[in-house]
Design a protein around this ligand. Structure first.
Ligand code: SF4
Length: 112
């Protein structure tokens, strides 16, 4: 199996070629080892940071997960955030700790 990916770990955006043979994964095209880690994770358990907004009494505020979470939990994470109605939310405030047991928190990323 051969797959082509663009590494999203830094702005270089290296074009990765990932091959899987006999349970062994090999990666080429990477500018550094982070590309290997990214490619292997994409094949086994792809993860992304969730960025969305949370409702407050005065409108909405931007928020995000503090670390990438499994892609298959992204919609459930957004649903958890949609349940919230915050009285107040300050920049950096944790609004959900360990969201869905992922180890990542959800924090406010905007002042206004
Ligand atoms: S492989 Fe390394 S240099 Fe290339 S995009 Fe990924 S992190 Fe950046």
């Amino acid at each position: 199996m051969e797959k082509h990916l663009i590494c999203i770990m830094c702005p270089m955006g290296c074009n990765l070629t990932v091959k899987e043979e006999n349970g062994e994964i090999s990666v080429t095209g990477n500018g550094c080892n982070r590309g290997v880690v990214f490619a292997k994770e994409e094949l086994t358990c792809p993860k992304r940071i969730v960025t969305t907004s949370v409702k407050t009494k005065n409108g909405v505020k931007a928020c995000k997960t503090t670390a990438p979470i499994p892609k298959n939990l992204m919609f459930d994470c957004v649903k958890e955030i949609e349940k919230l109605r915050l009285k107040d939310a300050k920049f950096g405030q944790i609004i959900i700790k360990n969201v869905l047991g992922t180890g990542a928190d959800v924090i406010v990323t905007a002042n206004e």
